[in-house]
Each structure stands twice: as structure tokens, then as C-alpha cells.
Write a protein that binds this ligand. Structure first.
Ligand code: FES
Length: 104
């Protein structure tokens, strides 16, 4: 079953930055890209479960804070080892100043 939830406000995340969002027992990472768009992925790195919300955003990639693997957060594709398993991504919709993500 899918569910659309409010993650945060558009003003909560600087451009080219990431924010952690917890909902129920799940953790997500919400991204504000340098092109002004917003994206959402699962919140844990697929390598060893570090929080991607604590990583560094460089253009359209998120660098994991633990072993510095990277992913393209638009697609979830791993781009730098040791990251090798794709991240789940979630549709994002903007309503007013709210960032909504559809999960499940
Ligand atoms: Fe992210 Fe290892 S936990 S690269």
C-alpha cells in the first residue's frame, strides 16, 4: 500500500544539501538538487547502513559518511565503490512549501 506523507518544508533544505526524515520505523533522505528540484531515497546506505542524511551532497551525488561510497540520488544508482547496490527512490511532489513523498 502506498502512502503520501509530508517530509518537510522546501525551506528546510539548502540547495545541494540533504536532510534525514524519519517516519514510523523507516528513515528517508530528502535532497535539494542544484537544479532546484527535490528527490527522496531510502535513508540508509545500502553498503553498511550509515545515515545518508549525514553525508555530503556534491551536485547530483550523495557521498556516504562512513566509507565514502556515492550514489546518484536522482536514480539511486551507485556511482563510487564500495556502494554497489542501488538505493530505493521515492516520488516527490511539491505542494505550496511542502515536500511530499510517496512511499510503500
Ligand atoms: Fe555507505 Fe559503506 S556504509 S559506503
Amino acid at each position: 500500500m502506498t502512502e503520501t506523507i509530508r517530509a518537510c518544508s522546501t525551506t528546510d533544505i539548502d540547495e545541494e544539501d540533504v536532510m534525514r526524515f524519519d517516519h514510523g520505523d523507516k528513515t528517508y533522505a530528502i535532497f535539494h538538487a542544484p537544479d532546484g528540484k527535490y528527490y527522496a531515497t531510502e535513508g540508509y546506505c545500502t553498503h553498511e547502513k550509515a545515515h545518508l542524511g549525514e553525508g555530503i551532497v556534491d551536485e547530483f551525488e550523495i557521498e556516504c559518511p562512513l566509507h565514502f561510497g556515492s550514489f546518484d540520488y536522482r536514480t539511486g544508482d551507485p556511482t563510487v565503490a564500495p556502494a554497489c547496490v542501488k538505493l530505493k527512490t521515492y516520488p516527490v511532489k511539491i505542494e505550496g512549501n511542502d515536500i511530499l513523498i510517496t512511499v510503500g
